[in-house]
Ligand binder design. Structure first.
Ligand code: FMN
Length: 410
């Protein structure tokens, strides 16, 4: 989810009070609220995967898939399938869960696959295996097929993107213990700064410095430039009907939608705080346009407001399959490390998304050039941007499909 997910519903205080008063007069507030999942939406089967993964030896290969499904993915699309073999797991993309024009080259989808591969590998270590990860090579598969103008691309079939071979003898990673605790946090962050030593440690998690780099925007002027570009990119997306339609398709704003799909972005994960979250659930679903206008406002007033520290994962080639999977592995590892230390994180992906969209539409790469020049990225290409800090409220879990639902017969 992203921003849309991170998007805040349009709720003015007056509208909120008006809506609540009307319901109270109608006399059925309690029952009505319960029916709309206002009181607590995070129960039942869609949330069971958060406790199903135990990470203990003897659990069998399915336990590794249980870890993998808890990974981050764009809009919580969970674009993965797993084939379990005796001594290996094949990881496949599931392009039926692709974000369309929000992610025209499947770049974000493959970052999400990298996140799942990382969880799987870390869990393997704690369960007594040494994982040997073989990543696919080449270009992002969706990149090759340029659609004719106005033609929507059909999703290609599932494709194997990685094989994780499992050999006996593992070393437990402390990161594995954070797998079921990690959540994207979209609420406000406090003024306390993440210390420089933590950033150094996060940078050390990058094992592939030749092809990717974490760029820290540790000066205020850099963060202002980042904020200006991110707001501009958010405006561009909010005015792009096709992008917001494809984004909106992954919002699950009723308990029925959460129960049925077990994916996507829910009200609870938006970081709005209890009152606005409850109000959002009671009010009628906003139009996609309105949701994205609100997302723009929340981006400005919450996500970029507190001058949080910003990081950018940059690669040498944004459309290289292996580099994209490695960026996902790094992103997942960084979040787990941060989770174990009480540091919150949230991707702010609007700039890379607009860069993709410019390319898809054959437009001049205005965002790409302006961002790279402003932040002096040299030959590095941004593929993931994020803020980090100490959150005012805890991040919460979103729904997940169970491992059993995403295992493909081999
Ligand atoms: C490639 C990628 C891009 C993302 N972009 C955004 C974003 O722009 N804004 C945001 O709030 N979350 C973003 N997310 C976070 C996902 O929405 C989140 O991982 C997903 O909803 C699952 O929730 P969880 O991370 O709490 O498990 C992104 C995640 C990935 C992997």
């Amino acid at each position: 989810m992203k921003r849309r997910m991170d998007m805040e519903p349009r709720i003015s205080r007056r509208r909120l009070l008006g809506g609540v008063a009307t319901l109270a007069v109608a006399g059925g507030l309690g029952l009505y609220a319960a029916g709309r999942g206002v009181l607590d939406d995070r129960r039942g089967a869609p949330f069971a995967p958060w406790t199903a993964f135990r990470g203990e030896g003897g659990g069998g290969l399915i336990e590794l898939a249980r870890a993998a499904v808890l990974a981050a993915s764009p809009h919580n699309t969970q674009p993965w399938l797993f084939e379990l073999h005796e001594d290996r797991i094949d990881v496949l993309s599931d392009p039926s869960r692709w974000l369309g024009d929000m992610d025209p080259f499947g770049r974000e989808m493959h970052i999400g696959l990298g996140c799942a591969i990382e969880n799987l590998s870390l869990a393997a270590g704690s369960m007594g295996w040494t994982p040997r990860v073989e990543l696919g090579a080449g270009r992002l598969p969706l990149f090759d097929a340029e659609p004719a103008p106005g033609v929507r691309r059909a999703a290609p079939p599932p494709t194997r993107v990685a094989t994780v071979r499992l050999e006996p003898g593992g070393a437990e990673s402390p990161l594995a213990r954070a797998i079921a605790e990690r959540h994207t946090n979209r609420g406000p962050y406090g003024a306390q700064r993440v210390p420089a030593a933590a950033l150094e440690e996060l940078s050390r998690l990058n094992e592939d410095r030749a092809s990717q780099e974490i760029v820290w925007l540790d000066r205020r002027d850099q963060r202002e430039l980042f904020a200006a570009h991110t707001l501009r990119a958010t405006e561009i997306i909010a005015r792009d009907a096709s992008m917001i339609e494809d984004s909106d398709a992954w919002f699950r704003l009723t308990p029925e939608a959460v129960r049925t799909h077990r994916d996507g972005v829910t009200f609870d994960v938006l970081g709005l705080g209890p009152l606005l979250t409850a109000a959002g659930k009671l009010l009628p679903r906003p139009s996609p346009e309105r949701m994205h206008e609100d997302w723009l406002r929340v981006t400005r007033d919450v996500h970029l407001a507190g001058d949080s520290l910003i990081g950018v994962i940059a690669t040498r080639d944004r459309y290289d399959l292996g580099a994209t999977l490695r960026a996902g592995r790094l992103w997942q590892r960084m979040q787990l490390w941060a989770t174990a230390r009480g540091i919150a994180m949230q991707p702010l992906s609007q700039v890379p998304e607009v860069i993709d969209r410019e390319r898809q539409l054959g437009r001049a790469p205005a965002m790409e050039r302006s961002f790279a020049e402003a932040l002096r990225l040299g030959g590095w290409q941004p593929t993931m941007a994020f803020r980090l800090g100490y959150a005012v409220r805890e991040g919460v879990c979103g729904p997940r499909r169970a491992a059993e639902d995403v295992i493909r017969a081999s």
